[in-house]
Design a protein. Structure first.
Length: 217
């Protein structure tokens, strides 16, 4: 069940809601998807140990990406100026919960674990989101669009890196790409600015730090 509209919550309620969302994001097994995983109807593929380890590492990166997305949206919702923009941040965060749960479920199926670095990435991403929100809604929405574009890029690259027979992970990633692309388009349509190439280059560098570290840790 989705949370109550953000504009209907008091300050104390918002703080409680934020804490609840943080716990559901960071505590293993706490995130519950509303939509069923795209991988659910598919049979478990036969993977050797190296293939399963690699697929698990890729899905761990994707899971941490969703942890960062949750934190970004929460930070932006906390500082966004317009109620309608806060609503869009909350709605996007709700949809990302499905991705979070799907990735964690797939990681478990592959015999792995989520990244130990998630709390650090959540904290940093929340701060970045809050700063973006303070800069103004058009920049906050633009940051969402640019972030989602980068997420789509690395998800696309993961499709080519997965073991060919891992159709379950592939189905999850394809659905995530579709949803993230929609989030980016919605943010621009809502008034977000398109970021310049130098800004996107910095975001790409930050993304590489996250992917390189969470692949193993």
């Amino acid at each position: 069940m989705r949370a109550a509209p953000f504009r209907q919550l008091s300050l104390v309620d918002r703080l409680i809601d934020g804490g609840d969302r943080a716990l559901r994001t960071l505590v293993p097994g706490a995130a519950a998807a509303v939509a069923p995983s795209p991988a659910q109807p598919l049979n478990e593929p036969e993977l050797n140990a190296d293939e399963a380890k690699h697929a698990c590492a890729l899905m761990r990166i994707n899971h941490t990406g969703e942890v960062c997305a949750q934190a970004l949206y929460q930070g932006q919702a906390a500082t966004a100026e317009l109620p309608d923009v806060r609503e869009k941040m909350q709605e996007a965060a709700d949809e990302e919960i499905d991705h979070l749960a799907w990735c964690e479920q797939r990681i478990n199926e592959l015999g792995g674990r989520t990244s130990l670095l998630n709390p650090a990435f959540y904290t940093a991403s929340f701060a970045i989101g809050a700063i973006a929100g303070k800069l103004g809604d058009k920049y906050s929405l633009g940051f969402v669009a640019a972030t989602e574009e980068k997420v789509c890029e690395h998800l696309e690259s993961h499709l080519h890196q997965l073991p060919a027979q891992d159709t379950k992970s592939e189905a999850i990633i394809k659905q995530m790409i579709e949803d993230e692309a929609r989030h980016a388009e919605t943010a621009i349509d809502a008034g977000g600015v398109k970021f310049s190439k130098p800004v996107k280059a910095v975001m790409t560098l930050m993304s590489k730090v996250m992917t390189a570290s969470t692949y193993r840790i």
